[in-house]
Design a protein. Sequence first.
Length: 301
Amino acid sequence: MSGKAFSVKVPASTANLGPGFDSIGLALDLYLTVHVSGASVPSVEYLDENYSSLSAGSDNLLFTTIEFTASRYSKKVPPVKLEVETEIPLGRGLGSSASAIAAGIEIADRLLDLDLSMQEKLEIGTELEGHPDNISASLLGGLTISYWDGEGLTVSHTAAVDIGVIILVPPSEFLTSESRGLLPGELLYASAVRSSAAANVFSAAAARGDWTTAGRMMEKDEFHEPYRKNRFPHFDDIRELCTENGAYGSAISGAGPSLFIAVEPGREDGLSELLEKRFPHYGCLVTKPAGKGIKYSEKVI
């Protein structure tokens, strides 16, 4: 790839937003940036020490995604150097793996001149992730509501989401595999009906910007939250404090262990201060939705 270097910037994401299990995602204004340049041998360097435990070898998720995408189109990947900067906490339910997969797909597309459509990128990412919520939000930005049956993918996208966001981040990771192990193999019919209805109302309300209604529906989930909430210290107390102070609603972020809180824009800092004082076990990230998804920039060298 002599003659050019480029960068790919990908937003973090939160998924489920309550009852939208494995189908609803929201991009967040926290970013993974990968700088790509030519090299004699492949290499990856994480500039954030919190990511230093990740493999820098051929089994790194960025490299495996690039290779997977290339092989899909019978292309050979030239050696490249990847320098990675990130604002996304690792293993905290904020789509760190999905952002890496999105970056890997985009790098392969640009590196190999594949000229992939967004639909192709979404399908590759969903195949690798196993569900479309985080990956669709990282690629498209905004709010995404997706259907995936293993064969066909349909995504409804709302770019503009006018809310403030607080993420409560605990000090320890919670593996997605462990979190999924807490879920039941079957769900009562009545619970499934209620959660499906809550997801439907959430989707309609959020799409038209009615976050008062959407926030209430976030807290009606019976698909996963009842089985995971006991792993979150002071879960009910946090929700009660948020409700008392005017938050739209709260939910487990993805599989956890972070908690997502939606608030009226301008009220983030005040509520964040209250939460930090009352629940010092958690760190507070104040952020907002990212209206745009993955970005590419090129530098001629």
